[in-house]
Write a protein that binds this ligand. Sequence first.
Ligand code: NAD
Length: 372
Amino acid sequence: MKTLLRSTLSRRSFLGRVSAGAVALAGAPAILRAQGAKPRKLGVAIVGLGNYARGQIGPALKLTENCELTAVVTGSPEKGRKWAQDYGFSEKSVYGYDRIADLADNKAVDIVYVITPNSMHADGVIAAAKAGKHVISEKPFTTNVADAVKAIAACKAAKVKLSIGYRLHFDPIHQEFMRLAKDPSFGPFTKMNGEFSFVMKNKVWRAERKYAGGGPVMDLGVYVMQEACMAAGGVAPIAITAKAAETTKPEIFADVEQTMNFTLEFPGGAVCEAVTSYSQSANRFRAESASGNWVEFKTNAYMYTGVGAVSNRGPLTFPPVNQQAKQMDDFATCIREGRESRVSGEMGLRDMKIIEAIYEAARTGKKVALRA
Ligand code: NAD
């Protein structure tokens, strides 16, 4: 199985590379094609220089083939200057949060990557779109459906592309999982369960509704629902039930849930039982088919590196990749080729609908039908 999975992926990625390269060249100016020159890298401006930007997205940009960091938007000019020195762009390209509109005049910026606290994503996306830039929003896309709809509309009106930082779609093990889910000789999966939880020891913005929009459902549960949709062949659930567990640390979780249990029902009868919490640790997902095939991510299901999965036919083993570099390179290719990202704004909107349905189901105690 190991060899089978590996050879299938390498054949598929080889074909993908050839066709993507051919299309990119087809769209390039004739002079570039004649010289066999590489198209220029697309410039990225990061909005919000916190942990994820510093630890993952900045370093990943150095590994991309199609992107480079050319500007930052930050509340700290000093931090911005340090980024300019480290990444080799002009200190004039350090902006404050109130100056996102000025990016319109910066020709070195093609893409704005919004990595601020959740409740600021929608404003960041809308401001970037109005500045005429393509946009990546971190997850969760927004903190409610209405903002997601507005952010998508702003990108459409400005004719810019939008994608969400759903990095797992660029991890080869998750890609193989998605392929198996659609392979009739293996799937379809009918029974799934998963959890993404960690222990939050102190009150931070992630536990404040005004910044986070909710608790672990917004931050971590979104990964479990993403994985469930992958297992269901890429479709959205049609009904949701949910129950919040008792809050045992009210000093931290004053206005957001501490733990949420939720069940997603998919068309055709597949069901995913999910948990997300800020008071225990878990990083797992399991999917089973009616014919007895299964895939299990026992630990490290949602990690940046070291994702591990086993199936009844053997381990899913692939050479490691930098998920974020692949994600950004793919978005740059989408922009060049004029196609939509596989992790689109619409996918982000789908997940915001799931999140709102989870909260409604938990509040009312009733099963909530999900509207498409
Ligand atoms: P963080 O707290 O480390 O960084 C947030 C940044 O936003 C900081 O630079 C902070 O100064 C800035 N900021 C601007 N206005 C702020 C305000 N009013 N309050 C607080 N901070 C403000 O957070 P992070 O871990 O970098 O997360 C940022 C976003 O990235 C979140 O939406 C999170 O869900 C997402 N994220 C995604 C992944 C992933 O794997 N895709 C991983 C981590 C975080």
